[in-house]
Design a binder for this molecule. Sequence first.
Ligand code: TRP
Length: 331
Amino acid sequence: METVLSGIRPTGNLHLGNYFGALRNFIDMQNQHNCYFFIADYHSLTTHPTPKDLHGNVRQILVEYLAAGLDPEKSTLYIQSDVPEVVELYLFLNMNAYVGELERCTSFKDKIRQNPQNINAGLLTYPTLMAADILIHRATKVPVGKDQEQHLEMARTFGNRFNRMYGHDYFPEPQAYNFGKELVKIPGLNGSGKMGKSEGEGNAIYLADEPETIRKKVMKAVTDSGPTEAGQKKPEAIENLFQLMKVVSAPETLKHFETLYDNCQIRYGDMKKQLAEDMIAFTTPFRERIKEIAADEAYIAKAAAMGREKARASASQTIKDVREIIGFRAY
Ligand code: TRP
């Protein structure tokens, strides 16, 4: 059994891309491993130092993850700021983190390019905080996308450096976790790229979307004037619609529209209508559960408290050990 850990950025509602990407795999992992999933609200202050409705955003994410199937009994689902031990470890790691190596980090360089007005120390030390998140539970596996590989590498560097400097083999090396299930890339509805909220209004289908909203978005999806030759290769926007249909529709439905396409008899309007209805059928249980949980303050509070308790138990043990290893002694 591995100790798996992942941080979730508090950036808006869950869409189908999130679900078929990491989330579905998180749900599987809970049954096999000792899992820690947390909402990275401290991290959000690096780019939004004066956040609007921080609590509301964190709450919405918690609700949607619970609704999607993360189980607070099986895994430790917590809010980063509920575990102040993370901050203490962050301080210790920062003492041994070199400004040079932090400045060379690709994500830092991107951020200063995008926002030269707000190059704060929190942004520079983002990788140290992320390393603290991982090392605080002595996690061995971290499911990360390509964009987070460098951060994970830095977590290994900081953990190994700590072990070397204080002469203790304390932190295990966290490795990237490769999902057993194939990672399905979910395209957006605007004809190119992947589903995401930064790709423009209407590009993503959210688990909380109402049926009417889904119909509108799908009917507006980009298409073309249709195939003119039998067996013609599909352009990207059309391929995307088929890809979406593949994940939410029955195999026969997909086959039916594939055949129509290959025979040049496809009517995109019909295909979109079907796709919208299948998306509605797929998302409805999620939407209903999101509403149910969002209305149940006691359940949300209970779930958060369970996560906080379990996370703090593990984190405070690490801090106790780390203080001792460094040489602090309580009187
Ligand atoms: N940096 C991650 C992201 O942007 C979020 C994150 C914070 C994280 N701490 C983490 C991910 C620890 C994995 C482990 O997506």
